[in-house]
Design a protein around this ligand. Structure first.
Ligand code: PBG
Ligand code: ZN
Length: 327
């Protein structure tokens, strides 16, 4: 019996590195990354985050150094999270002109003017109850929170931020922040919306890092149900209409389908947040020698790009950039 004459042989284009590189559809580079940084007002030396090996909370005095290091690796931006010394019911520390993030913004821009500085714009690290806004009883009061988001965003703008990134999943947050920034004459300051953010178990290690675990209940009344994808399109469309400049999907790995389906309905740039739990799983398996960390990380980043992400927020950013620069 003779074998069939195959017309189609996809292996022809996999024969050697040269042809593989010519037909490669997706690539990653350090310029795809945004590096998340935790700045802690209460410390003077970096403190490692136990559940995120390789990640530390840093003092204000280290912000310039990290900004320069990030820029020197070819990573254009950082996203700042503040851990304030004092918390209260409204999280008013987040709009204090001398708050930890405001000072970190000034420090970063002074030491590394070319670095693009973004600030996570939310309240959970600043409230004594750990929720992402003002409470009315045991509920987060949406509209009262919007007014505070305007103050926080304008305060970051006054400190010299390049872009704000509201993460609290309040209804109307993009429109409110846009109006707040515009009336304070920050018309050119972009907003990256955490547009599609799920109530995820993958945020666990972050809440240790940022000291933002809710003191009661959970975030399911404002973050999305992991079961829903049509609702993701609805959230994305609302944020597009409200004037978001970049849309984010978060977390990443369990939501690749969501990245793709949002990408298919928008021409806005898209970001994905490769969150703390995703990072922790890779680090734990790598420490045990069960996976090849470098290959797994780079493959994951490629997957985010292939799914439709233009930007990747990742704790792996520094390592990934080093590996890419070595290649
Ligand atoms: C704050 C915020 C969270 C993350 C980013 N911004 C935590 C949360 O919503 O509980 C998670 C990031 C991560 O897990 O790496 N709203
Ligand atoms: Zn929050």
């Amino acid at each position: 019996m003779s074998l069939p004459d195959l017309i189609h042989r996809p292996r022809r284009l996999r024969k050697n590195p040269a042809i593989r590189s010519m037909v490669r559809e997706t690539s990653i580079s350090p310029s795809d990354f945004i590096y998340p940084v935790f700045v802690d007002e209460t410390i003077t030396k970096a403190v490692p985050v136990k559940t995120m090996p390789g990640v530390s909370r840093i003092p204000l005095s280290d912000v310039g150094k990290i900004a320069k290091e990030t820029a020197s690796l070819g990573i254009p931006g950082m996203i700042l999270f503040g851990i304030p010394a004092e918390k209260n019911a409204t999280g008013s520390g987040s709009w204090d002109a001398d708050g930890i993030v405001q000072r970190a913004i000034r420090e970063a821009k002074n030491s590394s003017p070319e670095s693009y500085i973004i600030a996570d714009t939310c309240f959970c690290e600043y409230t004594d109850h750990g929720h992402c806004g003002v409470l009315d009883g045991h509920e987060v009061d949406n509209d009262a929170t919007l007014a505070n988001l305007q103050k926080q965003a304008v305060s970051y703008a006054e400190a010299g931020i390049d872009m704000v990134a509201p993460s609290g999943m309040m209804d109307g947050m993009i429109a409110a922040i846009r109006r707040g920034l515009d009336s304070a004459e920050f018309k050119d300051l972009p907003i990256m919306s955490y547009a599609v953010k799920y109530a995820s178990a993958y945020f666990g290690p972050f809440r240790d890092a940022a000291d933002s675990t809710p003191s009661f209940g959970d975030r399911a009344s404002y973050q999305m149900d992991p079961a829903n994808s049509r609702e993701a399109l609805r959230e994305a469309i609302l944020d597009i209409d409200e004037g978001a400049d970049i849309l984010m999907v978060k977390p990443g790995l369990a939501y690749m389908d969501i990245i793709r389906s949002v990408k298919d309905i928008t021409d806005l740039p898209m970001a994905v947040y490769n969150v703390s739990g995703e990072y922790a799983m890779v680090k734990a398996a790598a420490e045990k020698g069960w996976i090849d960390e470098k290959r797994v990380v780079l493959e994951t980043m490629l997957g985010f790009k292939r799914a439709g992400a233009d930007l990747i927020l990742s704790y792996h950013a520094l390592d990934a950039a080093r590996w890419l620069n070595d290649n």
